[in-house]
Design a protein around this ligand. Structure first.
Ligand SMILES: [Zn+2]
Length: 501
């Protein structure tokens, strides 16, 4: 079968990704009930062949350094396309089943997706337990299909790369040592534990009430993230104007940025998880959220704005590859983590919510509780994932490891049968965790160079704009070096997470 040059491949890949992004967007936001991704990838089948993959691998190996990186990313995109082509129908089938799944709660029928969003909104402790249980039961019925898909994906990736070990494969691509990262994070979590325990007790009491279990189920975590009992302060209506104003102080005009298309509507089938879909950056970037009320709306919107501004802010003169493709997500998550972290500044709460200094400090402590909860959860997830993928053949044996590792880290009980649904592809957890480390380093850098009020200063926006212009090209570790940190230096992160109010 014929192959095309790397440049031609890049050009057609762009059309493919633009089309498939639009399809993913339509399903995600509930405009479409079923996904037709399989049909789209089938139209580009000539692009995603083993011959094309080998041809790109060959030119990448032979290329001078300046060109090597672009070709490696194109080779990876070819591998991703082959995976899509061979698994798209099965993925679509599973996704469509999940979309069609309905459950009954208090005599009312609702889609599984809606139920998962609803758990965060119920003010009654027992109601959350019950809806969490029912939706968890329903979600677990898809586990065989999830595992089957993962197995097929594993086999295919092993074949394409010639590397049977999924951990080494992922580490090679990310250019880091995953075990070393995990060890550094476990040590950080351990050192943070003395600060975490009282913080957890105080905020779990405050947000869940006195009648709570010692170790509540994970059904309450989404409720905590909304800071639901404080939802009167963080209303649904103000999320957009407050976030726009927050970004304006940095010098970003999101509302008038024609490259970023905002979808803030509420639709029953819209996924409750906010996201950015960079369909054709920098020109077409979708930012999607579904406000439900509560602080989480603000944090999610700021987080996604970080991604959107990154993609929409890249230099249009960069090759397409460096506007859209990356080896992993650690760099773009650095930007989203940094922008989201503004919501942990006491000054931000005081400025936007009419709170006095004590109240603002207390709210900021609440956000630090959430941050520590999530950090500890992800550090635990990575260590579970490393165990799982070290012996993926026996994946089903690791459901208890999943539940126990997470419980021990955060003090909430996770369902063992959630061990596959709570997994993102390609060790995404490691990308988040690198962003945790890096964004704390960058904040320390900003505090030192811009000032304590870095979160409302134009200089911060200017520094970010400079980084955004480089698109997806630098690695997260390169950014660490530029600001003078060792990539695994977790001191700035530990300082923030262990701070006492
Ligand atoms: Zn993100």
């Amino acid at each position: 079968m014929g192959t095309v040059t790397a440049d031609r491949f890049e050009e057609r890949l762009r059309s493919y990704l633009a089309e498939s992004s639009e399809e993913a967007r339509a399903v995600r936001v509930g405009e479409k009930e079923t996904s037709d991704h399989a049909a789209i990838v089938a139209r580009y089948a000539d692009l995603f062949t083993r011959d094309q993959h080998s041809a790109l691998a060959e030119v990448a190996d032979a290329a001078p350094e300046a060109e090597h990186e672009r070709l490696v990313r194109l080779r990876e995109a070819a591998a991703g396309g082959i995976l899509s082509l061979e698994l798209a129908e099965a993925y679509d089938a599973l996704q469509n089943k999940v979309l069609a799944a309905r459950l009954e709660f208090k005599g009312e029928e609702m889609p599984l997706r809606t139920a998962q969003a609803q758990v965060a909104l119920l003010d009654d402790y027992e109601d959350r337990e019950e809806l969490g249980r029912i939706s968890g039961d329903l979600s677990a019925t898809f586990n065989d299909e999830r595992l089957d898909l993962m197995r097929r994906g594993e086999e295919l990736e092993a074949e394409l790369t010639g590397e049977p070990d999924p951990i080494r494969r992922s580490a090679d691509l990310k250019g880091i040592d995953l075990h070393e990262l995990s060890t550094a994070l476990d040590r950080t979590a351990e050192r943070q534990a003395p600060a975490w325990d009282p913080l957890r007790e105080r905020w779990a009491d405050r947000l869940l009430g006195d009648g709570r279990d010692d170790e509540p189920t994970s059904a309450h975590v989404a409720y905590l993230r909304r800071m639901s009992p404080l939802a009167d302060t963080y209303t649904k209506d103000r999320a957009v104007p407050v976030c726009l104003e927050t970004l304006a102080r940095l010098g970003f005009d999101l509302a008038n940025e024609s490259r970023i298309r905002l979808d803030l509507d509420d639709r029953p089938q819209k996924s409750p998880r906010a996201c950015v879909i960079a369909a054709d950056p920098p020109e077409v970037v979708h930012l999607i959220t579904r406000a439900q009320g509560g602080l989480h709306d603000y944090q999610a919107l700021l987080h996604e704005a970080g991604h959107a501004l990154h993609y929409a802010g890249c230099d249009p003169a960069l090759p397409y590859t460096f506007r859209r493709l990356s080896r992993d997500h650690a760099l773009t998550e650095l930007y989203s983590f940094l922008v989201e972290s503004i919501s942990r500044e006491p000054g931000w709460h005081a400025a936007h919510f009419d709170l006095d200094d004590d109240e603002a400090a207390e709210r900021a402590e609440g956000t630090r509780f959430l941050e520590a909860l999530l950090f500890r959860r992800y550090a635990a997830k990575l260590s579970y994932e490393l165990e799982l993928f070290a012996d993926f053949e026996h994946a089903t044996r690791f459901s208890e490891v999943y539940a126990e590792t997470l419980r021990a880290a955060v003090g909430f009980r996770y369902r063992p049968d959630n061990y596959l649904a709570d997994l993102d592809d390609g060790f995404y957890s490691a990308d988040y965790l690198r962003a945790w480390i890096r964004s704390a380093q960058l904040r320390r850098h900003l505090r030192a160079t811009v000032g304590e009020d870095w979160w409302e200063r134009r200089e911060t926006g200017e520094l970010l704009q400079g980084l955004f212009r480089e698109g997806t090209r630098p690695s997260s570790e390169e950014v660490a070096q530029r600001i003078g940190f060792d990539p695994l230096d977790t001191e700035p992160l530990l300082d923030e997470l262990a701070a006492v109010a």
